[in-house]
Ligand binder design. Structure first.
Ligand SMILES: [Zn+2]
Length: 243
């Protein structure tokens, strides 16, 4: 199945936190969007691997993703090495996305930065014919290099290279995050409090979207970094607001 956009996050919920608004907008425009989680988030304090799978499936439905899979790398301890790069290359070649959106290259959680670098390296290597991979049926895969790799901002703030207006997708974005009922604030939860389960964590998500939105004169936005320049086909891509 060929996809227009593939979002890759190291922990189930990273994609929802970082770029679900942009994904929802693409789905609304008729684009095909898929999600790959690198780990099962088994080091998470709250919930279980099973609840995370259910929550990820619920969030996918809200986003409108046509595919979601989990590469079952080790949460906290996976490496950016040949073995892990080959696993990412296999999904890149399987879905042949034009655009990949992945974790940022450095963040509070070391997994985020390591995953960002892993996907960055895999996107390049995937375009090399001599890097051989096989698909799930044992057939050799064609080389594939996504045209763009965008990194979403998650915990620490970095100056974005591009800001996407997500105002009309913002409610759905928050719903996709809240689908992770074991991870974020719920007044009825009896599980231990964590960095992300305090109520102010979700407030900060809203505040971040507002701050980025204000930069481009809209209510809510998501920001992305890109190692390479972003080319636009014409000026219609520009948000026309006085700022
Ligand atoms: Zn994470």
């Amino acid at each position: 199945m060929k996809l227009d956009v593939l979002a890759i996050g190291v922990h189930p919920d990273d994609v929802e936190l970082g770029c679900s608004g942009t994904l929802i907008k693409e789905v609304k425009r008729g684009k095909t969007v898929g999600i790959v989680d690198l780990t099962e988030g088994e080091l998470g304090t709250r919930g279980t691997v099973e609840t995370r799978y259910q929550e990820a499936a619920d969030a996918s439905k809200i986003i409108g993703a046509v595919a979601r899979e989990n590469l079952q790398m080790r949460d906290g301890f996976f490496k950016n090495d040949e073995e892990h790069q080959m696993k990412v290359i296999q999904v890149l070649r399987k879905y042949q996305p034009e655009i990949v959106i992945a974790n940022i290259l450095e963040d509070r959680h070391p997994d985020h930065g390591r995953a960002g670098h892993l996907v960055y390296d895999a996107c390049f290597l995937s375009g090399l014919k001599q890097v051989k991979t096989i698909d799930e049926k044992g057939a050799e895969q064609e080389k594939w290099r996504p045209k763009y790799l965008l990194h979403f901002i998650q915990d620490r703030f970095y100056e974005p290279d591009v800001i996407v207006d997500i105002t009309d997708a913002f409610e759905q974005k928050m719903a996709s995050i809240k689908a992770y009922t074991t991870q974020f604030f719920s007044s009825s939860s009896t599980e231990p409090e964590t960095y992300i389960s305090k109520p102010d964590f979700l407030d900060a998500i809203v505040a971040r979207a507002r701050v980025l939105g204000k930069r481009i004169g809209v209510q809510f936005a998501e920001g992305f970094l890109s190692k390479k320049n972003i080319g636009i086909a014409n000026l219609d891509a520009l948000v026309l607001q006085e700022t």
